[in-house]
Design a binder for this molecule. Structure first.
Ligand code: PLP
Length: 385
């Protein structure tokens, strides 16, 4: 979080303690602050303020779309005629509700991705049917950073009168989304990916598209999401968008250069490494690398001890021993998936830090590979002994 966003949050915590829905003056001030934040976000995304529904984050936004669309089809007979299309490499906050809908009787097609993580257009088009109601896709993958050609996909979807939901969480803040130039229906965003506090996000809904609320019991957010808004979160989200409007372009150029230099130092110093996703098709700040023969969770811990915060799968599923479903969808083996780490660059990462990581990594990888080799020799003797 930038100093400026922190300052605004600290000041706002003192200034705004009214409920934005209250009629008194404190409430009106809070309402005005909420609407200023909404306008800052709308300005950054180039959408209308009326299209923005604040949520607790993108998980809620994704669930709101999927369940909000599905709820129109209440009987089992109706559900069996409604089809959703997605991929096998989506974020869990889409995959889990999709699985839930399938269990309720909806039809679901999950297409694959190629070895570089990209959607195959022929397979995608073949999956669209007359009964397809909604396509839900990640714009940029959270594990690999692979960016799909969403505007091109959107044209295929709109031509068939199908609704399109895009999880734009990772794409936002990394490149100009040009949302005014292509047809989308729903977009999910998460504040903390953009420098806002955690616990705030939004769903952007194209004007005129119908969606049933999933939280009921209040008239907030134009009756699309009941409950008192997270005012400080929204203010932080707005302030973060203001900063990005000015700094995104320069920041992402710096990340790209640093990311490429990290990859350069990894693959020139460490043998048997593989980059996941092509450089020009991935987000500027994301580097996913497979260190063959290395247990990724051990390398992650070793890096953590050195003060480097990297990641294996998505944060939501870290700690689980399941190999990444994203890498598996890209055709990687279980061993390769387990040997993969993701490095994400954010504001404040500099040349010195990248050089340090480039220096530490070869030593750690060698140490882990050596110890794994020793175990391979010793273990059978011990276990059979
Ligand atoms: N979608 C993507 C692509 C993400 O990366 C994340 C979070 O990491 C989410 C959805 C969930 O967002 P939130 O943590 O705001 O619920």
């Amino acid at each position: 979080m930038s100093d400026r966003v922190q300052e605004i949050l600290a000041r706002s915590a003192r200034e705004f303690y009214g409920n934005p829905s209250s009629a008194h003056a404190d409430g009106a001030r809070a309402r005005a602050a909420l609407e200023t934040a909404r306008a800052q976000i709308a300005d950054f995304l180039q959408v209308a303020t009326s299209q923005i529904v604040f949520t607790s984050g993108a998980t809620e936004a994704n669930n709101l779309v999927l369940h909000g669309v599905a709820e129109h089809f209440s009987t089992k007979a109706k559900r069996s005629g409604v089809h959703f299309v997605t991929t096998r490499a989506e974020h869990p906050s889409v995959l889990a509700p999709i699985a839930h809908l399938e269990a309720q009787g909806f039809l679901v097609t999950q297409i694959g991705v190629n070895e570089n993580g990209c959607i195959d257009f022929a397979e995608f088009e073949a999956a669209l049917r007359p009964e397809t109601k909604l396509v839900t896709l990640l714009w940029a993958n959270n594990e690999t950073g692979v960016v799909q050609d969403l505007p091109k996909i959107a044209a295929l979807v709109r031509a068939r009168g199908i609704l399109l939901h895009v999880d734009a969480v990772q794409a936002a803040g990394k490149f100009d989304l040009k949302l005014e130039q292509w047809p989308w229906d729903f977009l999910s965003f998460s504040g903390h990916k953009l420098g806002a506090p955690t616990g705030i996000g939004c769903l952007v809904i194209r004007a005129g598209v119908e969606l049933l609320p999933q939280l009921r019991g209040g008239t907030q957010e134009r009756r699309r999401r009941a409950g008192t808004e997270n005012l400080l979160g929204a203010i932080g989200f707005g302030a973060a968008c203001e900063r990005l409007r000015q700094e995104q372009e320069v920041e992402t150029r710096i990340w790209y250069a640093l990311r490429e230099s990290l990859w350069q130092s990894i693959h020139t110093q460490i043998c048997d490494v593989r980059r996941n996703g092509l450089s020009h098709e991935t987000l500027s700040n994301t580097l996913s690398v497979t260190f063959l023969g290395v247990d990724g969770s051990v390398l992650l811990e070793a890096l953590d001890l050195e003060g480097v915060s990297a990641s294996s799968g998505s944060a939501c599923s870290s700690g689980s021993s399941e190999p990444s479903h994203v890498l598996r969808a890209m055709g990687r083996s279980v061993e390769e998936a387990r040997a993969t780490l993701r490095f994400s660059l954010g504001p404040g990462v500099d040349v010195k830090q990248i050089a340090q990581v480039g220096e530490i990594l070869p030593k750690l990888v060698m140490r882990i590979r050596n110890s794994m080799l020793c175990h391979q020799v010793v273990l059978p003797v011990v276990s059979h002994g």
